[in-house]
Design a protein around this ligand. Structure first.
Ligand code: SF4
Length: 767
C-alpha cells in the first residue's frame, strides 16, 4: 500500500545514466504508484510523440500509478516526468461527467439524448438547407487510430464535408509534408534503433531534452558510453539540449533555411557528399547545388548571426561522420520557410546517402502522441493510408474499400487546413464546428480573433473533451469524453511503433469514449453506403482496427499483419507489418527506392516558394520513379521584422513539465508545482537595458495583443524573447498570459502550419 517512486522525476528528469555504445539500450524500469496496484493493464504514454510503453496500475477501480515496460523497443522501461505523473489528471475532481448545453447564455447539465439530439438536428438542418460543407471538424493528435479512422469516414462520406483537420496542423503538418516532398509519402525512414548505432546527431529546432525526455535519455546514455556520438544543436535558446552539444548554433528567428544553405554549401564545397549515390537514387541535385553555391559561411553568418567558424565546425561533423541521425521539430516546423527548411535536413541525408541504412535517418519528429495516426487515417482531411487525393485510381480504391461512390469522397481541392476552417467559420460559410480533444482558444495563433470566432452567434460549436477547457467554455454543446486509460485503442509513435492501450478503468460519470460518440452520431444521422447498408460497419475499437488493417493493406503504412492479440503482451511493433515484414520494419527505403513514383506517391508536391500544387501531368513528365527528390528554394526574410516600435523577436515553445495546453499536466500536482506559470525569457543585455530583474513582471506586446508574465533572464539570444505556449486561463483569471495572444495568423505556404516562432514584439517592465 506504500507509494513507490523509482526517482523524483520532476527534479531528476532523465534519471540515472545507463551508458552503452552501438548495442542494445540497457533496460531501466521507472515506476511511480501511490498505492499497490491490484492489477496492471498494458498501455503507452500519450504525453508526447515518443510513445513510451507502460503498464497502468489499478486499484479499487482507479488508476494508482504506472510503470515502464522493459520489454518495449521504444523506452526499455523508462518513463519521464510527464509519463510518471500525467495519469493523475484522470482522477481529477473537475473532469466533465455530464453533457452540457448552452441555455440562455449559460452551459447547463443535460442528458446524452438531449445533447446528441441537438447535434443531429442541427447537422441535418444544415445539410438539407445548404450542404455538408457548412460543417467543419477540428480534431487532434491525441485520439486513437480507431477513432480517427471512424471520424474521417463520418466526415468524408457521412456529413460530406471537405472541412476536416487536426491540431496536427500546428505540430506535424510540416513533418508530414517534408517527408512527402522528399520521399513520396509520409512515414519516418528510420528507427529509434538508429539512435543506438549512429556516430553523430544533428538536432535543429528540437529541444529533445524537454519535449521527448526518454529519447533524450537514450542520447545521453550513448554519449556517456563508448563510441560517443557527436552532437550538433541548432536553437536560438541555450536549452538543456543545447548545453549538451559539441557545437551549438543559435540562429536569429526566421533564418533556419539560410543556416541550412550555409551547411549544405560547405558539404558540397568540401566534397562531403556521395555523388554516385546521389546520381543513382535522387533527382534535383543541380538546383540545390546552384542555390547553395552562394551561401558561403560569411553570407550565412551575416543573415543568421551564427559565426562562420561555428558553422564550419558543425558542417565538418555532419559532413564527415560515417553515420548520422538528424531530428527536426517545431523550431523549424513553426518558423519561416518551414517546409523548405525541414526538407533541407532530408537533403543533407540524401547528399550523403545516409537514408535507409543502420545509424542513419532524418527524423521529421512529431509533437503529439497520436499525430501519426491523424495523418494516416484521414482525420487531417487527406485520403487515408497515404493515398493521393489528386490520383483518380487512389480515390476509386478508397471508394471501393468504403463501398461508396468516388464522388462522395472530397477530392476536388486540397483538404481545408485548420486556419482556413476558422476563417470560413469567421466569414459564416461554416456554421457548425465540432472540436474534438483540442483547445484552440489557447493553441491557435491570434487568440483574440479565435475567441471572437468561437463566440459568434451564428456558429454552432460542439466541444468534446474531458475538461471544461478555455474552448469548451465558449461552446454551445459540450460532450464529456473518456480519455487514455478509460478506453481501448492503438496509436503509432514517431518511429512508426504501434502500441495498444487497453482500457484500465471506467470513465467518470457519463463520459464516453470518442469512438462511441462518433458511432452514435453516425447511427443517428443514418449514414449509408451505396448499397443502403450502414456506412460504418463496426461497432467497437477492435472492429475499427480490423477495418483499418484492410484499408492500409498494400500502402506504406501497412498494418495488415497486426492485431490486438499481436500487440498485447510484448513490445510495440513498427509498421509496415505484413507478410513481407511479419515483425515490422526498422527502416524504410533500405534498397534506395523511394515512394515517389507517380502512381504510388501521396502527393505530386508543391512549389516550395508559393505552395502551388504541382499538377499530375507535370509530375508525370518528370516522374522520379522511385528516386528521392532533392528540392529547395532560396532564403527570403520573414515578412514581420523587429522595428523601432516592436524591436524584439518573439519565439514560443514548450517547457519540460507540461504538454500542450496543460489540460492534463496542469492537473498533475507535482508537474503543476514545478512549472505553475508562464514566463518571459530575455537575454541578460536586453534585461539590463530595460531595467528588468529576474522575476519582475513584464508586458510583451505585439500588433495583435499583449501578455504579462514574470521575467526569466538568460539563455536566449539577444534581441529574442521566449514565452511558453502552454498557459491559458482555466487556472488564471484576470491576467492575459497565453503566448498566442501575440502570434501571427499566417502559415507556411506548403504545410499550412502556422508561424508561432517569429513575430515582432516590444517588452516593458510593469511592476
Ligand atoms: S518521453 Fe513522452 S511518451 Fe515517454 S514518458 Fe515522457 S511524455 Fe510520455
Amino acid at each position: 500500500m506504500e507509494p513507490t517512486e523509482s526517482r523524483d522525476s520532476v527534479a531528476d528528469i532523465w534519471g540515472a545514466r545507463t551508458p552503452y555504445g552501438k548495442s542494445a539500450w540497457p533496460e531501466r524500469v521507472d515506476r511511480r504508484t501511490l498505492a499497490e496496484p491490484e492489477r496492471w493493464v498494458q498501455s503507452a504514454c500519450v504525453l508526447c510523440s515518443n510513445g513510451c510503453a507502460l503498464d497502468v496500475g489499478v486499484r479499487d477501480g482507479r488508476i494508482v500509478g504506472v510503470r515502464g515496460r522493459a520489454v518495449d523497443r521504444v523506452n526499455r522501461g523508462r518513463l519521464g516526468p510527464k509519463g510518471l505523473h500525467g495519469w493523475e489528471a484522470n482522477n481529477s475532481a473537475d473532469r466533465l461527467t455530464r453533457p452540457l448545453i448552452r441555455r440562455n447564455g449559460r452551459l447547463e447539465p443535460a442528458t446524452w439524448d438531449e445533447a446528441m439530439a441537438l447535434i443531429v438536428r442541427r447537422s441535418k438542418e444544415l445539410i438539407a438547407a445548404h450542404t455538408g460543407a457548412t460543417i467543419g471538424f477540428y480534431n487532434t493528435g491525441q485520439l486513437f487510430l480507431e477513432e480517427y479512422y471512424t471520424l474521417g469516414l463520418v466526415g468524408d462520406c457521412g456529413v460530406g464535408t471537405p472541412h476536416m483537420d487536426g491540431n496536427t496542423r500546428l505540430c506535424t503538418s510540416t513533418a508530414s509534408m517534408a517527408l512527402i516532398e522528399s520521399f513520396g509519402t509520409d512515414g519516418q525512414p528510420g528507427s529509434y534503433a538508429d539512435f543506438d548505432l549512429t556516430d553523430a546527431f544533428f538536432m535543429i529546432g528540437h529541444n529533445m531534452a524537454a519535449s521527448q525526455t526518454v529519447l533524450w535519455a537514450r542520447v545521453l546514455d550513448r554519449r556517456a558510453g563508448p563510441n560517443k556520438p557527436a552532437l550538433v544543436v541548432v536553437d536560438p535558446r541555450r536549452t538543456m539540449t543545447a548545453r549538451e552539444a559539441d557545437v551549438h548554433l543559435a540562429p536569429r528567428a526566421g533564418t533556419n533555411l539560410a543556416l541550412m544553405h550555409g551547411l549544405l554549401h560547405l558539404l558540397v564545397a568540401n566534397g562531403w557528399i556521395d555523388r554516385s549515390w546521389v546520381d543513382a537514387h535522387t533527382v534535383g541535385f543541380e538546383q540545390l547545388e546552384r542555390i547553395v553555391a552562394g551561401w558561403t559561411p560569411d553570407r550565412a553568418e551575416s543573415v543568421t548571426g551564427v559565426p562562420a567558424g561555428s558553422l564550419r565546425r558543425a558542417a565538418e561533423i555532419v559532413g564527415t561522420s560515417a553515420t548520422l541521425v538528424s531530428t527536426v521539430l517545431q523550431g523549424v516546423y513553426q518558423s519561416w520557410q518551414a517546409t523548405a527548411a525541414a526538407i533541407a535536413v532530408n537533403n543533407l541525408h540524401l547528399l550523403r546517402g545516409l537514408v535507409g541504412k543502420p545509424g542513419c535517418a532524418p527524423f521529421q519528429m512529431n509533437g503529439q502522441p497520436t499525430s501519426q495516426n491523424t495523418r494516416e487515417c484521414g482525420a487531417n482531411g487527406e485520403l487515408v493510408a497515404f493515398r493521393n487525393w489528386n490520383n483518380p485510381a487512389h480515390v476509386a480504391e478508397q471508394a471501393r474499400i468504403w463501398n461508396v461512390e468516388p464522388e462522395l469522397i472530397p477530392h476536388a481541392h486540397p483538404p481545408t487546413h485548420a486556419m482556413e476552417i476558422f476563417r470560413l467559420a469567421e466569414e459564416g460559410s461554416i456554421r457548425m464546428l465540432w472540436i474534438v480533444c483540442t483547445n484552440p482558444a489557447v493553441s491557435l495563433p491570434e487568440l483574440a480573433r479565435v475567441r471572437k470566432i468561437l463566440q459568434k452567434e451564428e456558429l454552432f460549436v460542439v466541444v468534446q473533451d474531458a475538461f471544461l477547457t478555455e474552448t469548451a467554455e465558449l461552446a454551445d454543446v459540450v460532450l464529456p469524453a473518456a480519455i487514455w486509460g478509460e478506453k481501448t485503442g492503438c496509436f503509432t509513435n514517431a518511429d512508426r511503433t504501434v502500441h495498444i492501450s487497453h482500457k484500465a478503468v471506467d470513465p467518470p460519470g457519463e463520459a464516453r469514449a470518442d469512438l462511441d460518440v462518433f458511432l452514435d452520431y453516425a447511427r443517428q444521422m443514418d449514414f449509408r453506403d451505396k448499397d443502403g447498408a450502414p456506412l460504418i460497419k463496426w461497432s467497437d475499437a477492435e472492429g475499427a482496427f480490423e477495418a483499418w488493417k484492410e484499408c492500409s493493406r498494400g500502402r506504406p503504412c501497412d498494418y495488415s499483419g497486426l492485431s490486438y492479440a499481436r500487440l498485447s503482451g510484448g513490445s510495440g511493433v513498427q509498421w509496415p507489418c505484413n507478410a513481407a515484414n511479419p515483425d515490422g520494419a526498422e527502416r524504410l527505403y533500405t534498397d534506395g527506392v523511394f515512394n515517389t513514383s507517380a502512381d504510388y506517391c501521396e502527393l505530386y508536391g508543391h512549389d516550395l516558394e508559393t505552395g502551388g500544387a504541382i499538377p499530375l501531368d507535370k509530375y508525370k513528365a518528370d516522374d522520379p520513379k522511385g528516386r528521392a527528390k532533392i528540392k529547395t528554394v532560396d532564403y527570403v526574410p520573414p515578412p514581420e521584422q523587429p522595428d523601432a516600435q516592436y524591436p524584439f523577436w518573439l519565439t514560443t515553445g514548450r517547457v519540460v513539465h507540461h504538454f500542450h495546453t496543460r489540460t492534463k499536466t496542469g492537473r498533475a500536482p507535482a508537474l503543476q508545482a514545478a512549472a505553475p506559470d508562464a514566463f518571459v525569457q530575455i537575454a541578460e543585455a536586453d534585461a539590463a537595458s530595460l531595467g528588468v530583474a529576474e522575476g519582475d513582471m513584464v508586458e510583451v506586446a505585439s500588433r495583435r495583443g499583449a501578455v504579462t508574465a514574470p521575467a526569466r533572464i538568460g539563455d536566449v539570444e539577444p534581441g529574442h524573447v521566449f514565452v511558453p505556449f502552454h498557459y491559458g486561463y482555466w487556472d488564471e483569471h484576470g491576467r492575459r498570459r497565453a503566448a498566442n495572444e501575440l502570434t501571427l495568423s499566417s502559415w507556411d505556404p506548403v504545410s499550412k502550419q502556422p508561424h508561432f516562432k517569429f513575430a515582432a514584439v516590444r517588452v516593458r517592465k510593469v511592476s
